[in-house]
Design a binder for this molecule. Structure first.
Ligand SMILES: [Zn+2]
Length: 397
């Protein structure tokens, strides 16, 4: 297919995440990778000459997906943290594989929320490894669009030494945030779980100084948040988003809604951990105490999603592939989990598409409209009544 190809997708259904109604009998014309028009199939304008017609009957068109919690350079699996220490050339190969997996699964946008700091053999720069990939992949349609946070900014002792950027205090935090932006990060990722689970690793004032420093540069700040204490401090300090949000309460979600703080759900990680109880002998997954702790964690995480949704918090969906145990082609799993947690299927689809675009500040991400990019996916079935349809990718445009 040439770059200028005109393609008519004829007589599909359409689900764009704006509401619960499936539109049927829809035709859509693509010209040079833009959507020229979307019309009823029984009232198609003349598509003109030299058009390739695709019989899309039986399929549903959904927007290109936005994985709001990606780690392109990391392989995932039950030892996902250890894999972050793999050699640089291996991590770069993994990223190529992950990009392919994402595209084949219909994921068009990758919001990368953390990569190891390494020297990139292509440009010789020592910085978060995703940043060079983002630059080299830009403009190539076979790759996802990437927006990257650089490396994790953590308090010493929160992550294994050498994985993220470690700081000792609030001054270190501001300096590290500034350094990430100097390196070319699109936004900043703080790590707000501390070495002690019940204590936030930074005070509200310390986080606020870092957030202000990023905002002055026009960059957003997101925060890893697995524990309530860090969530509370992050939200009060004005972060733009919480990742995971596994432990939220009514007060925190109210403050999130008031402050316009978004949430990226990663519930499928907990499902994968549950499965590791059968497929590994790792005590944290397989032993009774590990299973019980995981069950409690899963219950609170689902409740957190419900609380956030009820409060009106913007929820975007992420796999946490690589930085957690999932793989890069499993965003459908998160959509299913959001429905299990209590969202309507159309809301879960919105979380994996347009809400991710809102979170990125990218108006074309996760949206289908005339004049917009032809970044969409055809799936087999109706994702508005059966979220598992999102696994059944028919075709990726
Ligand atoms: Zn992550």
């Amino acid at each position: 297919m040439s770059a200028m190809a005109r393609v008519l997708y004829r007589d599909a259904a359409l689900a764009d995440g704006t509401g619960p109604q499936l539109r049927v009998g829809v035709s859509l014309l693509v010209d040079d990778h833009r959507i020229e028009w979307i019309r009823p199939a029984d009232d198609e304008p003349d598509p003109g000459p030299d058009v390739e017609v695709i019989d899309a009957s039986g399929a549903t068109i959904v927007p290109g997906l936005v994985d709001s919690h990606s780690h392109l350079t990391l392989p995932g699996g039950a030892h996902w943290i250890d894999r972050g220490f793999d050699p640089t050339d291996r991590l770069l190969r993994v990223a190529e594989d992950n990009a392919r997996l994402q595209r084949a699964a219909g994921v068009r946008w990758a919001r990368d929320v953390g990569a190891p700091t390494r020297t990139d053999p292509s440009d010789g720069r020592t910085r978060a490894l995703t940043l060079g990939l983002r630059d080299r992949w830009a403009g190539h349609r076979e790759y996802p669009y990437v927006r990257a946070a650089g490396s994790w900014v953590t308090r010493v002792g929160s992550l294994p030494h050498g994985l993220g950027v470690e700081v000792a205090d609030g001054d270190g935090l501001v300096a590290a945030v500034t350094r990430q932006l100097d390196d070319g990060a699109d936004f900043v990722k703080l790590y707000l779980d501390g070495p002690d689970r019940d204590t936030a690793p930074f005070t509200v004032d310390e986080v606020r100084a870092a957030v202000d420093a990023a905002h002055r540069r026009g960059a957003r700040v997101t925060a890893h948040s697995g524990q309530l204490a860090g969530a509370r401090n992050g939200v009060r300090a004005g972060v733009d988003c919480l990742e995971h949000g596994f432990q939220l309460d009514a007060e925190v979600v109210r403050e999130m809604a008031e402050g316009g703080v978004a949430m990226v759900s990663t519930l499928a990680v907990l499902e994968s951990w549950r499965s590791f109880g059968q497929t590994t002998t790792l005590p944290r997954f397989a032993e009774p105490s590990g299973r019980a702790a995981l069950a409690a964690r899963r219950e609170w995480a689902h409740e957190s999603v419900r609380l956030a949704a009820r409060a009106g918090v913007l929820i975007a969906a992420g796999t946490d592939f690589g930085g957690g145990s999932l793989r890069a082609n499993q965003l459908a799993w998160e959509i299913e989990c959001l429905v299990t947690a209590g969202l309507q299927p159309w809301q879960a689809l919105a979380a994996a598409t347009r809400n991710g675009g809102t979170l990125l500040g990218e108006p074309e991400a996760g949206v289908i409209r005339e004049g917009g990019p032809a970044d969409f996916v055809l799936v087999h079935g109706d994702p508005l009544s059966d979220p598992a349809a999102m696994w059944r990718v028919w075709l990726v445009s």
